[in-house]
Design a protein around this ligand. Structure first.
Ligand code: MN
Length: 153
């Protein structure tokens, strides 16, 4: 089991290496908003655990094990962020909160949230109930109720 912090590092390193091939200490520090010495400390720990390879001048790369863990965390992050955006949480907050939730939620919960996200995303067109939800957030009233009333008049 890795600490929450270690998971965050692996996720950040994955995101950086996806664009650059490897991650520089400086870049990891900027991404996680920590100091380079703390990055080096964690990277050495992750190297010992077989999750990354750290070469002083070559930067940090993920091992197969590290990449596997990072992918799971990133997948959780993407799922939770998408869910929060569906319920109209602004992108920046959704991104931040996804990072908190990704470590804490039970895998069954994440799986069901992922099912919901996929259900909404594969729904033909913008789901009507989602529009109703957005309206409900703004007005506090359920648009369906009104619809039903005017139809029966
Ligand atoms: Mn995250």
């Amino acid at each position: 089991m890795l600490s929450r912090k270690a998971e965050d590092y692996l996720e950040a390193i994955l995101n950086i290496t996806e664009t650059n091939g490897y991650a520089k200490i400086k870049h990891i520090a900027e991404t996680l908003d920590v100091t380079p010495p703390s990055v080096i400390e964690m990277v050495k720990k992750l190297d010992k655990k077989g999750c990354v390879t750290y070469k002083k001048y070559g930067g940090v790369t993920l091992t197969e094990k590290g990449r596997g863990i990072a992918r799971v965390v990133k997948d959780r992050h993407d799922t939770l962020k998408a869910f929060l955006e569906i319920i109209t949480v602004p992108e920046k907050i959704a991104d931040k909160d996804a990072c908190t939730m990704e470590h804490e939620l039970h895998s069954v919960t994440v799986k069901q949230i992922k099912n919901l996200v996929n259900f909404v995303k594969t729904s033909p067109g913008h789901p009507q109930w989602l529009g109703h939800f957005e309206e409900f957030c703004e007005t506090g009233e359920h648009p369906c109720g009104e619809e039903r009333r005017s139809k029966s008049e």
